[in-house]
Ligand binder design. Structure first.
Ligand code: NDP
Ligand code: A1CAB
Length: 275
């Protein structure tokens, strides 16, 4: 797909998540010349410029000036200071998309001077390869056209879903924003266990990676509930049943529930701590 005359989008913060989103946009055919990134770390600026051909800036205000859309991709702890730096430029009424965990649209609007069009987006790192998912919340100041523009900016990373109630963005963050880390932790645990069983590292790695890829692809492609797919693996009295019963006896579901509850609570704490 080509985008001949794209308005400029400015990423403020060029770390892990911005890199995933920029990579997705460039892969989708958005011209690199229409993408700016502000990032204080020189090595990150060089990598973004070399890998994707985007324009990079050391200062947020320089990247943001005149850009139609801003994606605020800095850590929540520095968001207030970054917004203060951008408040003057915000009077040009850009579409402001924040991907920060916890930080609310009310906080962002206040820090940017008030009356701004704010979207909160919660993507995840698989966006880099077009396999992410993004939860979105828009304030009432965001027009229908700007909602469409938000989706156009983020769809290269994977599907998007609008959330009507902003307080649920903490749940989105806990489930899909942080979620890839839970899967990677499972992969790490399976790898260690496989090696303890005596499998060579390379073989264990192949078995673990492809098992996760294959199971995830079945979830995506068959449309069947996870419980049904699991039942098909689980022969009565067999090996899977023995493993699943061990996981459940160890409180697997309860610990996942507590982890997601704790992550959502952490989002609320981040909001309060950085107000
Ligand atoms: N990683 C993930 O999976 C996800 C992250 N998020 C959210 O994305 C945001 C960024 O996270 P992540 O990419 O992981 O974090 P990173 O720390 O990798 O990226 C943030 C970058 O912003 C830079 N920065 C700091 N101050 C400024 C400034 N004034 N102007 C421009 N850039 C600045 C930081 O530089 P320095 O290191 O020098 O401070 C850093 O390189 C967070 O708010 C997080 O909640 C959302 C969804 C998923
Ligand atoms: O860990 C975090 O706070 C961020 C938000 C979601 C994923 N990473």
């Amino acid at each position: 797909m080509t985008h001949p005359t794209q308005p400029v989008i400015a990423f403020i913060g060029g770390g892990n998540m911005a890199r995933s989103l920029v990579g997705g946009l460039v892969a989708d055919g958005r011209p690199a010349a229409s993408i700016r990134v502000a990032e204080p770390v020189e090595s990150l600026r060089e990598a973004l410029s070399n890998d994707f051909g985007v324009q990079t800036f050391a200062r947020a205000a320089d990247a943001a000036a005149g850009a139609a859309s801003w994606v605020l991709a800095v850590k929540p702890q520095v968001m207030r200071a970054v917004c203060a730096e951008l408040a003057v430029a915000a009077s040009s009424d850009p579409l402001v998309i924040s991907i920060a965990a916890g930080i609310t649209s009310t906080q962002l609007d206040r820090w940017l001077g008030g009356g701004r069009a704010i979207v909160r987006a919660m993507p995840n790192t698989p966006s880099l390869i077009g396999q992410g998912v993004t939860g979105l919340y828009a304030t009432r100041a965001v027009s229908e056209a700007r909602r469409d523009e938000t989706v156009a900016l983020l769809r290269a990373g994977g599907p998007t879903a609008w959330i009507a109630d902003e307080s649920l963005m903490d749940a989105v963050t806990a489930v899909s924003g942080s979620g890839p880390a839970y899967v990677f932790l499972l992969a790490e645990a399976m790898q260690s266990a496989a090696e303890r069983q005596g499998l060579p590292t390379d073989t264990a790695s192949l078995l673990v990676r492809q098992t996760l890829v294959g199971a995830a692809a079945m979830l995506a492609q068959t449309g069947e509930p996870a419980s049904v797919l699991r039942a098909r693996v689980t022969s009565p009295g067999g090996t899977t049943q023995a493993a699943v019963e061990t996981l459940q006896a160890g409180g697997f579901e309860a610990v996942v529930d507590r982890a997601i509850e704790r992550a959502a609570q952490r989002g609320r704490e981040i909001s309060a701590a950085n107000d």
